[in-house]
Write a protein that binds this ligand. Structure first.
Ligand code: SAM
Length: 288
Protein backbone atom coordinates (compact mmCIF):
# COMPACT_ATOMS: atom_id res chain seq x y z
CA UNK A 1 0.00 0.00 0.00
CA UNK A 2 1.39 3.44 -0.88
CA UNK A 3 2.37 5.74 1.92
CA UNK A 4 2.55 9.50 1.54
CA UNK A 5 5.53 11.12 3.25
CA UNK A 6 5.49 14.89 3.73
CA UNK A 7 9.24 15.26 4.01
CA UNK A 8 12.14 12.86 3.82
CA UNK A 9 14.66 15.36 4.94
CA UNK A 10 13.22 16.64 8.23
CA UNK A 11 15.96 17.94 10.53
CA UNK A 12 17.73 15.34 12.64
CA UNK A 13 20.93 15.13 14.65
CA UNK A 14 22.67 13.32 11.81
CA UNK A 15 22.11 13.68 8.11
CA UNK A 16 21.04 11.03 5.60
CA UNK A 17 22.63 9.92 2.37
CA UNK A 18 19.92 9.49 -0.29
CA UNK A 19 20.61 7.27 -3.30
CA UNK A 20 18.40 8.80 -5.96
CA UNK A 21 17.50 7.19 -9.30
CA UNK A 22 17.24 9.56 -12.28
CA UNK A 23 15.95 9.00 -15.87
CA UNK A 24 17.68 6.60 -18.29
CA UNK A 25 16.61 8.73 -21.24
CA UNK A 26 13.20 10.33 -21.02
CA UNK A 27 13.48 13.30 -18.66
CA UNK A 28 9.94 12.72 -17.36
CA UNK A 29 10.92 9.36 -15.85
CA UNK A 30 11.73 10.64 -12.37
CA UNK A 31 9.57 10.34 -9.29
CA UNK A 32 7.96 13.29 -7.53
CA UNK A 33 9.78 12.16 -4.40
CA UNK A 34 13.16 12.14 -6.16
CA UNK A 35 12.61 15.73 -7.33
CA UNK A 36 11.53 16.83 -3.85
CA UNK A 37 14.52 15.14 -2.18
CA UNK A 38 16.93 16.67 -4.71
CA UNK A 39 15.46 20.09 -3.89
CA UNK A 40 15.54 19.54 -0.13
CA UNK A 41 19.02 18.09 0.42
CA UNK A 42 22.01 20.29 1.22
CA UNK A 43 24.26 18.85 -1.48
CA UNK A 44 23.97 16.61 -4.54
CA UNK A 45 26.92 14.36 -5.41
CA UNK A 46 26.69 13.78 -9.15
CA UNK A 47 28.76 11.52 -11.40
CA UNK A 48 29.09 14.40 -13.87
CA UNK A 49 27.79 17.75 -12.64
CA UNK A 50 27.65 19.22 -16.17
CA UNK A 51 25.65 16.28 -17.48
CA UNK A 52 23.15 16.58 -14.60
CA UNK A 53 22.66 20.34 -15.16
CA UNK A 54 19.91 19.67 -17.70
CA UNK A 55 17.88 17.66 -15.19
CA UNK A 56 18.40 20.33 -12.51
CA UNK A 57 17.32 23.11 -14.86
CA UNK A 58 14.29 21.19 -16.12
CA UNK A 59 13.00 20.63 -12.58
CA UNK A 60 14.29 23.94 -11.17
CA UNK A 61 16.52 22.25 -8.62
CA UNK A 62 18.98 24.80 -7.26
CA UNK A 63 20.83 22.55 -4.79
CA UNK A 64 24.66 22.83 -4.91
CA UNK A 65 26.39 19.96 -6.69
CA UNK A 66 29.75 18.25 -6.22
CA UNK A 67 31.28 15.65 -8.53
CA UNK A 68 31.62 12.05 -7.36
CA UNK A 69 32.97 9.69 -9.98
CA UNK A 70 35.12 6.57 -10.12
CA UNK A 71 38.36 8.59 -10.01
CA UNK A 72 37.58 10.69 -6.91
CA UNK A 73 35.11 8.50 -5.01
CA UNK A 74 37.58 7.48 -2.27
CA UNK A 75 38.48 11.11 -1.56
CA UNK A 76 34.84 12.16 -1.43
CA UNK A 77 33.90 9.61 1.22
CA UNK A 78 35.51 11.62 4.02
CA UNK A 79 33.78 14.82 2.88
CA UNK A 80 30.36 13.18 2.70
CA UNK A 81 30.84 11.47 6.05
CA UNK A 82 31.85 14.79 7.71
CA UNK A 83 28.79 16.54 6.25
CA UNK A 84 26.39 13.80 7.36
CA UNK A 85 27.90 14.08 10.86
CA UNK A 86 27.00 17.79 10.78
CA UNK A 87 23.34 16.85 10.10
CA UNK A 88 23.60 17.67 6.38
CA UNK A 89 21.52 15.62 3.97
CA UNK A 90 23.26 14.48 0.80
CA UNK A 91 21.92 12.93 -2.41
CA UNK A 92 23.92 10.74 -4.76
CA UNK A 93 22.93 10.60 -8.43
CA UNK A 94 24.61 9.10 -11.49
CA UNK A 95 24.40 10.15 -15.13
CA UNK A 96 21.46 7.83 -15.72
CA UNK A 97 19.31 5.38 -13.82
CA UNK A 98 20.10 3.95 -10.42
CA UNK A 99 23.48 4.81 -8.87
CA UNK A 100 25.81 1.85 -8.12
CA UNK A 101 24.29 -0.23 -10.96
CA UNK A 102 27.37 -0.22 -13.24
CA UNK A 103 27.88 3.28 -11.84
CA UNK A 104 29.92 4.86 -9.01
CA UNK A 105 28.74 4.85 -5.41
CA UNK A 106 29.51 1.36 -4.10
CA UNK A 107 32.54 2.43 -2.03
CA UNK A 108 30.69 5.44 -0.66
CA UNK A 109 27.59 3.47 0.35
CA UNK A 110 29.68 0.70 1.89
CA UNK A 111 31.74 3.12 3.96
CA UNK A 112 28.84 5.34 5.05
CA UNK A 113 26.89 2.22 6.04
CA UNK A 114 29.92 0.94 7.97
CA UNK A 115 30.07 4.25 9.84
CA UNK A 116 26.46 3.71 10.90
CA UNK A 117 24.81 6.65 9.10
CA UNK A 118 21.37 6.45 7.55
CA UNK A 119 21.22 5.68 3.82
CA UNK A 120 17.86 5.85 2.13
CA UNK A 121 16.99 4.75 -1.44
CA UNK A 122 14.77 6.85 -3.70
CA UNK A 123 13.91 4.22 -6.32
CA UNK A 124 13.33 4.81 -9.99
CA UNK A 125 14.51 3.66 -13.43
CA UNK A 126 17.26 1.22 -14.16
CA UNK A 127 18.03 -0.06 -17.65
CA UNK A 128 18.14 -3.71 -16.47
CA UNK A 129 14.61 -3.82 -15.09
CA UNK A 130 13.22 -1.58 -17.83
CA UNK A 131 14.65 -3.92 -20.49
CA UNK A 132 13.48 -7.11 -18.79
CA UNK A 133 9.96 -5.70 -18.42
CA UNK A 134 9.48 -5.68 -22.22
CA UNK A 135 11.76 -8.54 -23.33
CA UNK A 136 9.36 -11.44 -23.01
CA UNK A 137 12.14 -13.65 -21.63
CA UNK A 138 11.82 -15.50 -18.33
CA UNK A 139 12.03 -13.07 -15.41
CA UNK A 140 11.42 -15.53 -12.56
CA UNK A 141 15.18 -15.77 -12.31
CA UNK A 142 17.81 -13.71 -14.08
CA UNK A 143 21.39 -12.67 -13.47
CA UNK A 144 23.02 -9.36 -14.34
CA UNK A 145 26.66 -9.28 -15.46
CA UNK A 146 27.20 -5.54 -16.10
CA UNK A 147 29.41 -4.55 -19.03
CA UNK A 148 30.98 -7.29 -21.11
CA UNK A 149 34.76 -7.14 -21.61
CA UNK A 150 35.88 -4.96 -24.51
CA UNK A 151 38.06 -7.67 -26.08
CA UNK A 152 36.60 -10.61 -27.96
CA UNK A 153 38.66 -13.16 -25.99
CA UNK A 154 37.33 -11.75 -22.70
CA UNK A 155 33.74 -11.81 -23.94
CA UNK A 156 34.07 -15.39 -25.15
CA UNK A 157 35.40 -16.42 -21.76
CA UNK A 158 32.39 -14.82 -20.03
CA UNK A 159 29.98 -16.55 -22.45
CA UNK A 160 31.76 -19.89 -21.88
CA UNK A 161 31.51 -19.47 -18.10
CA UNK A 162 27.81 -18.66 -18.29
CA UNK A 163 26.75 -21.04 -21.05
CA UNK A 164 25.19 -23.59 -18.70
CA UNK A 165 23.28 -21.04 -16.60
CA UNK A 166 19.55 -21.67 -16.80
CA UNK A 167 18.38 -18.19 -15.84
CA UNK A 168 18.03 -15.25 -18.24
CA UNK A 169 21.37 -13.45 -18.58
CA UNK A 170 21.48 -9.65 -18.75
CA UNK A 171 24.43 -7.56 -19.99
CA UNK A 172 25.12 -3.91 -20.73
CA UNK A 173 26.84 -3.24 -24.04
CA UNK A 174 28.08 -0.17 -25.84
CA UNK A 175 27.24 0.76 -29.40
CA UNK A 176 30.55 0.12 -31.17
CA UNK A 177 30.78 -3.48 -29.90
CA UNK A 178 27.24 -4.80 -30.26
CA UNK A 179 27.72 -6.63 -33.56
CA UNK A 180 31.02 -8.30 -32.57
CA UNK A 181 29.46 -9.20 -29.26
CA UNK A 182 26.53 -10.96 -30.96
CA UNK A 183 28.94 -12.90 -33.19
CA UNK A 184 30.99 -14.05 -30.16
CA UNK A 185 27.82 -15.00 -28.35
CA UNK A 186 26.60 -17.16 -31.22
CA UNK A 187 29.98 -18.86 -31.53
CA UNK A 188 30.02 -19.87 -27.86
CA UNK A 189 26.39 -20.27 -26.88
CA UNK A 190 24.85 -21.27 -30.19
CA UNK A 191 21.63 -19.94 -31.64
CA UNK A 192 20.00 -18.86 -28.39
CA UNK A 193 16.93 -16.66 -28.16
CA UNK A 194 18.06 -13.09 -27.52
CA UNK A 195 16.52 -9.68 -26.93
CA UNK A 196 18.36 -6.40 -27.56
CA UNK A 197 16.81 -3.33 -25.94
CA UNK A 198 18.26 -0.16 -27.47
CA UNK A 199 17.80 3.48 -26.47
CA UNK A 200 15.02 2.66 -24.01
CA UNK A 201 12.63 5.56 -23.26
CA UNK A 202 14.36 7.67 -25.96
CA UNK A 203 13.29 8.71 -29.45
CA UNK A 204 14.87 5.73 -31.20
CA UNK A 205 13.82 3.08 -28.71
CA UNK A 206 13.97 -0.38 -30.35
CA UNK A 207 13.50 -3.83 -28.89
CA UNK A 208 14.64 -6.63 -31.20
CA UNK A 209 14.09 -10.26 -30.40
CA UNK A 210 15.02 -13.48 -32.18
CA UNK A 211 17.78 -16.03 -32.48
CA UNK A 212 21.42 -14.95 -32.40
CA UNK A 213 21.66 -15.56 -36.19
CA UNK A 214 18.59 -13.47 -37.02
CA UNK A 215 19.71 -10.59 -34.81
CA UNK A 216 23.21 -10.60 -36.28
CA UNK A 217 21.60 -10.25 -39.69
CA UNK A 218 19.30 -7.42 -38.56
CA UNK A 219 22.00 -5.46 -36.72
CA UNK A 220 24.60 -5.95 -39.47
CA UNK A 221 22.12 -4.81 -42.11
CA UNK A 222 21.04 -1.59 -40.37
CA UNK A 223 23.70 0.82 -39.07
CA UNK A 224 21.10 2.58 -36.90
CA UNK A 225 20.75 -0.63 -34.89
CA UNK A 226 24.41 -0.32 -33.94
CA UNK A 227 24.02 3.14 -32.38
CA UNK A 228 23.09 4.13 -28.85
CA UNK A 229 22.90 2.28 -25.55
CA UNK A 230 22.03 -1.39 -25.27
CA UNK A 231 20.83 -4.00 -22.84
CA UNK A 232 21.45 -7.51 -24.16
CA UNK A 233 19.34 -10.32 -22.73
CA UNK A 234 20.03 -13.99 -23.40
CA UNK A 235 17.64 -16.84 -22.65
CA UNK A 236 19.02 -19.38 -20.19
CA UNK A 237 20.40 -22.80 -21.15
CA UNK A 238 17.73 -25.41 -21.66
CA UNK A 239 17.79 -28.68 -19.75
CA UNK A 240 19.38 -31.31 -21.95
CA UNK A 241 16.96 -34.18 -22.62
CA UNK A 242 18.71 -37.40 -21.57
CA UNK A 243 18.03 -40.26 -23.94
CA UNK A 244 17.35 -43.53 -22.14
CA UNK A 245 17.59 -46.56 -24.46
CA UNK A 246 15.14 -49.46 -24.44
CA UNK A 247 17.52 -51.91 -22.73
CA UNK A 248 18.06 -49.47 -19.83
CA UNK A 249 14.32 -48.89 -19.55
CA UNK A 250 13.77 -52.65 -19.31
CA UNK A 251 16.50 -52.92 -16.67
CA UNK A 252 14.91 -50.10 -14.68
CA UNK A 253 11.49 -51.77 -14.84
CA UNK A 254 12.95 -55.05 -13.57
CA UNK A 255 14.87 -53.36 -10.77
CA UNK A 256 11.86 -51.29 -9.74
CA UNK A 257 9.94 -54.55 -9.11
CA UNK A 258 12.31 -55.21 -6.21
CA UNK A 259 13.92 -51.90 -5.23
CA UNK A 260 13.00 -48.30 -4.39
CA UNK A 261 13.63 -45.74 -7.22
CA UNK A 262 16.93 -44.35 -5.87
CA UNK A 263 18.51 -47.83 -5.52
CA UNK A 264 17.20 -48.95 -8.92
CA UNK A 265 18.58 -45.76 -10.50
CA UNK A 266 21.97 -46.29 -8.82
CA UNK A 267 22.37 -49.85 -10.16
CA UNK A 268 21.03 -49.03 -13.62
CA UNK A 269 23.41 -46.05 -13.81
CA UNK A 270 26.40 -48.32 -13.08
CA UNK A 271 25.31 -50.79 -15.78
CA UNK A 272 24.24 -48.34 -18.49
CA UNK A 273 26.39 -45.27 -17.92
CA UNK A 274 23.26 -43.07 -17.95
CA UNK A 275 23.25 -40.40 -15.19
CA UNK A 276 21.65 -41.63 -11.94
CA UNK A 277 19.68 -38.37 -11.61
CA UNK A 278 18.07 -38.90 -15.03
CA UNK A 279 17.19 -42.53 -14.21
CA UNK A 280 15.74 -41.54 -10.85
CA UNK A 281 13.58 -38.92 -12.59
CA UNK A 282 12.53 -41.55 -15.17
CA UNK A 283 11.48 -43.86 -12.30
CA UNK A 284 9.36 -41.12 -10.75
CA UNK A 285 7.80 -40.26 -14.11
CA UNK A 286 6.90 -43.96 -14.69
CA UNK A 287 5.63 -44.75 -11.22
CA UNK A 288 2.80 -47.26 -11.31
N1 SAM B 1 22.94 3.08 -13.60
C1 SAM B 1 22.35 2.80 -14.88
C2 SAM B 1 21.11 1.91 -14.68
O1 SAM B 1 20.56 1.91 -13.58
O2 SAM B 1 20.68 1.29 -15.63
C3 SAM B 1 23.32 2.19 -15.85
C4 SAM B 1 24.56 2.96 -16.06
S1 SAM B 1 25.72 2.19 -17.11
C5 SAM B 1 27.10 3.26 -16.93
C6 SAM B 1 25.16 2.65 -18.70
C7 SAM B 1 24.73 1.45 -19.53
O3 SAM B 1 23.41 1.09 -19.18
C8 SAM B 1 24.68 1.74 -21.02
O4 SAM B 1 25.93 1.55 -21.65
C9 SAM B 1 23.67 0.71 -21.50
O5 SAM B 1 24.25 -0.55 -21.61
C10 SAM B 1 22.68 0.72 -20.32
N2 SAM B 1 21.65 1.75 -20.54
C11 SAM B 1 21.52 2.92 -19.89
N3 SAM B 1 20.47 3.61 -20.39
C12 SAM B 1 19.93 2.85 -21.38
C13 SAM B 1 18.85 3.02 -22.27
N4 SAM B 1 18.12 4.13 -22.26
N5 SAM B 1 18.58 2.03 -23.15
C14 SAM B 1 19.34 0.91 -23.18
N6 SAM B 1 20.38 0.71 -22.36
C15 SAM B 1 20.68 1.66 -21.48
Amino acid sequence: MAEFAQSDTASAQLGTLYIVATPIGNIEDISARAIRVLKEVDLICAEDTRHSQRLMQHYQIGTPMMSLHEHNEMGRIEQVSALVKQAKNIALISDAGTPLISDPGFKLVREIRKQGFRISPIPGPSAIITALSVAGLATDSFSFWGFLPAKSSGRKQVFTDLSQHKETLVFYESSHRILDCLKDLKEIMGDRELVIARELTKTFETVLSGTASSLIEKVAGDLDQQKGEFVLMVSGAEDKVVEIDLATEKLMLALLEELPPNKAAKIAAQVSGVKKKALYQWALDHKG
